[in-house]
Design a protein around this ligand. Structure first.
Ligand code: PLP
Length: 193
């Protein structure tokens, strides 16, 4: 048995849950959410971080916010969790699959261009099991064809590509705190509330 990631929940998580219950905080304006967003953005060196209920919702919202709509095509890898392609279909768009590299499981960047059509609007690299995709050629292709990049960084908190955090290399990056993929906030190095 090889664990992908073991959840690490501490007293801090209990404290915030209890505070939320004690203070009747049922919506996203609860102060710990804002603290978390600010700490997350600082830790990853980005201007904004927005907390939502799941990695899947984050993927959908990123696509929608970046203008992906019905009939658009979005390039996704064959090897990922279903939420990646699911977010595309939630927008009414069409996932177009590109095969994975046999050694990393990440999208095979040499096979992206052959799947691009006039309807292609975005590409979603997924950093599988914390191994960053080769982002430079992906960024080059995106620039040449006018595509937006939504990184599915659900499995790659803290992974670096050429010194920069996975999830900060595209137009939007989405993370998950599902037990198998993410780390709890108190386990993020450098993040303390
Ligand atoms: C690659 C990938 N994308 C998206 C998700 C969806 O995240 P969540 O379970 O938080 O919706 C996961 C994990 O479950 C994942 O592994």
């Amino acid at each position: 048995m090889i664990r992908v990631c073991e959840p690490s929940l501490s007293d801090l998580e209990k404290k915030y849950v209890n505070e939320a219950l004690e203070n009747n905080w049922l919506s996203s304006i609860a102060p710990p959410v804002q603290l978390f967003e600010e700490a997350f953005a600082k830790r990853f060196g980005v201007r904004h971080a927005v907390a939502v209920n799941s990695g899947g919702s984050a993927l959908f919202l990123a696509l929608w916010t970046l203008g992906i709509r019905a009939g658009d095509e979005v390039i996704v890898p064959t090897f990922t969790m279903v939420a990646t392609a699911g977010a595309v279909t939630q927008c009414g768009a069409i996932p177009v699959f590109v095969d994975a590299e046999p050694d990393t499981g990440n999208i095979d960047v040499t096979r992206i261009e052959e799947k691009i059509t006039p309807r292609t609007k975005a590409v979603m690299p997924v950093h599988i099991y914390g191994h960053p995709c080769d982002m430079d050629p992906i960024r080059e292709i995106a620039r040449d064809y006018g595509l937006v990049i939504i990184e599915d960084a659900a499995e790659s908190h803290g992974a670096l590509y050429k010194g920069k955090p996975a999830g900060t290399l595209g137009d939007a990056g989405c993370f998950s705190f599902y037990a198998n993929t993410g780390l709890c906030p108190s386990a993020l190095p450098g993040v303390r509330f």
